[in-house]
Write a protein of this length. Sequence first.
Length: 151
Amino acid sequence: MTNTTTPSGTSTRGEAHALLDVWLRLWNGDLTLAPDAVTPDFRLHAALLDGGDGSAVRGADGLAAWIGQTRAAFPDLHFAIEVAPLVDGAFTSVRWTAGGTYAGGFPGAEAAPGTVVAFTGTDTLRTHDGRYAEYWVNSDMLHLFAQLGVR
C-alpha cells in the first residue's frame, strides 16, 4: 500500500502537480475552480498596484475577484509553465510565462487596446489539506509596464 501523503500531511509530488494544474486552469480563466484550489483562509503575499500588501485578497472569492480584475485588462491572458515545478513538502514553486492582448483600463497605461504583451513570473505556494493556503508571487511588472507605456 502506498501512502499518498508524507508523515507531516503535505502532498506527494503527484498531488502537487495535480493541484498546480487546477491553479493554472484557474489563472487561465476558469474562476469557478477557486474553491477547489485554495483554502477558505487563503492568503496572498504580494505588492499590489494600489500599494497594498495582498492581505485584502482572502479565500476563494477574494482570489477569483483579483484574477478577474487582472483578466479584465487582458481578457485572453494565457499562462503556461516555463520551468517544471519544484516541490518540497508543502511548498511548490513554479516559473511561468503569460501573454495576452491589452483591452484597456490599466492604470497609467498609454498603450492602445490591442497591444500584445508578454511577461514572466514565479509563484510559490504553500499547500494545506490538499489546497493552497498561501501564495507568494513575483511578476516582471517592469517589463509589463514598459509594454503598456506606463510612466
